[in-house]
Ligand binder design. Structure first.
Ligand code: BG6
Length: 497
């Protein structure tokens, strides 16, 4: 695919994401010769920086490019830094747009970026609409002299209603085809590999339905707490922060029907159908029985005292925001009727891991009863991170007399593909957007469908009568009663065990 000459304008350029993720991703593209010949980055934010200070901050003195500065010679690094420019936008992101427009057009002419502008909004979501409006007022959404695209970060909305408002707001100034909603999980190789595993093989898809699958389990665990983001997180919580976006995107890829082709719209149409088929839980009894929320409380990890969630900086002392969320739900369609899905996500778990486990049904007729093990299901474990790969567990005969069955593993690890450069999520996603490929970006209707499923759970957790908030010691696999969701039909698989 061709990457046309272009300019990337980053709003929120003095923020953490720019230095930590975006600039290193662009550096990787530079290193891999994936940038177009004419390419500049214009950082925009409220800080008073200037081109040189910006280059120092995000490249020449950035802790996130330390390794690269050792690996490559100074000229090579400087050549990269010289592609970066900076414009300060005053204190409220609401003035100085004329000046910004002028800077963009000067840079465009000087560096030959062909009128193609990508606006990356790495700002609080409350600024998305005002920025879009201001860009539009300056004619910067007009595609008559080059393409104009806008990338927005999550969280995309706070609820179904606010997501709709946000979509309507953005659609006032930009067409859907110009808007790229980033979900960095879609940039992960292993998440994309869900599509390939399912639709490039003939051995899994025939089994991928209610006739053979007993249940599906997804675990997303992080060992860190809320770090320095207490203020943001306390207004968000695990369900909004991870489940509504990243995890429901994974669910959509597991649940969707085969798309007609790998075309962006075909894939997104099928994902939308999948998200719409999640059975919305509306009554309190169902919500009570199928959802669990909890907060981590202080404990000792490896002899070190670790703060509880309510003691974290920026968090309300009486906070009822969850740091653990587990939901059991069903998918109301022909393929998945009656197959339970169990999804959990949490901070301060024993380790950082994300995996999907497809639990197959036991054989209908047991002939090797005595060993017991054949009564357990076959599992396909898709490890999203770390140790990215796939593991299939199945029964084999133990050598010797009789028919004893033991569990064997067949596995594939991405790390065995040592020759290949595995792109980081942001690198892949940025390059896709630069090429106009929206396959790995969430469409407006998808995001709204995900919120439509999550909204009743949030409402129940916020206003329900009998809703409980459990506690779990920082560093364990969530509250003790989390297995109750399975009602005796299994339990969570804790990946390190
Ligand atoms: C972000 C969440 O979207 O994803 C964070 O806001 C979370 O709270 C992060 O830590 C996890 O991403 P990853 O790629 O480290 O699994």
């Amino acid at each position: 695919k061709k990457t046309e000459n272009q300019m990337l304008v980053i709003f929120g350029a003095s923020g953490d994401l720019t230095a930590r993720k975006l600039i290193p991703a662009i550096f990787n593209l530079y290193k891999g010769n994936d940038l177009p010949e004419n390419f500049v980055v214009l950082g925009v934010s409220r800080s008073d920086l200037g081109d040189l200070k910006f280059r120092s901050k995000v490249v020449l003195e950035s802790p996130y490019l330390e390794k690269e500065r050792k690996e490559f010679d100074a000229d090579y690094i400087q050549k990269f830094a010289d592609k970066l420019f900076y414009e300060d936008l005053g204190s409220d992101y609401d003035t100085s747009y004329e000046r910004l427009e002028k800077r963009i057009s000067d840079l465009d002419q000087k560096y030959g970026t062909a009128g193609n502008h990508m606006f990356y909004l790495s700002t609080p979501p409350s600024l998305y609409e005002p920025i879009a409006k201001n860009l539009s007022d300056q004619g910067l959404n007009d595609e008559s002299t080059g393409w104009r695209r806008i990338i927005v970060e999550k969280p995309f909305g706070y609820s179904l209603e606010s997501a709709k408002e946000l979509n309507n707001g953005l659609h006032t100034y930009f067409k859907e085809g110009q808007i790229f909603r980033i979900d960095h999980y879609l940039g992960k190789e292993t998440v994309q590999n869900l599509l390939v595993t399912r639709f490039a093989n003939s051995i899994f898809e025939p089994l991928w339905n209610r006739n053979y699958i007993h249940h599906v389990e997804i675990t997303n665990a992080e060992s860190v707490g809320v770090e320095k983001r207490g203020g943001y997180y306390d207004k968000s919580g695990a369900l909004r922060d991870m489940f509504q976006s990243h995890l429901l995107q994974i669910v959509a890829l597991i649940v969707m029907e085969p798309p007609l082709s790998a075309d962006a719209e075909e894939i997104r149409n099928e994902k939308l159908k999948a998200l719409k088929s999640l059975k919305v839980m509306n009554d309190e009894k169902t919500l009570y029985e199928n959802t669990i929320r909890a907060q981590y409380v202080s404990s000792k990890i490896d002899g070190q005292e670790v703060q509880g969630y309510r003691e974290e900086e920026g968090v309300d002392k009486n906070s009822t925001t969850e740091t653990f969320a587990a939901v059991k739900f069903f998918v109301d369609n022909w393929r998945w009727a009656d197959v339970p899905f169990y999804v959990r996500t949490a901070k301060r778990m024993p380790t950082k891991v994300t995996e999907v486990v497809i639990h197959f049904k036991t054989p209908h007729h047991q002939i090797f009863k005595e060993s017991g093990i054949s009564n357990k299901d076959n599992k396909l474990i898709i490890r999203i991170q770390p140790d990215e790969g796939i593991l299939l567990k199945f029964g084999v005969k133990v050598p010797g007399q009789g028919f004893e069955v033991e569990r064997a593993n067949m596995d594939f690890y991405y790390s065995s593909l040592t020759e290949t450069h595995v792109m980081e999520a942001y690198e892949r996603l940025l390059l896709d957007a630069m090429q106009g490929d929206a396959t790995l970006y969430a469409r407006a209707d998808e995001v709204e469908a995900a919120w439509a499923f999550v909204d009743p759970i949030l409402n129940y957790w916020e206003n329900g009568e009998e809703v409980k908030m459990y506690g779990y010691a920082a560093g364990v696999w969530g509250p003790e009663n989390a297995n109750e969701l399975f009602e005796g039909e299994g339990e969570w698989r804790n990946p390190s065990e």
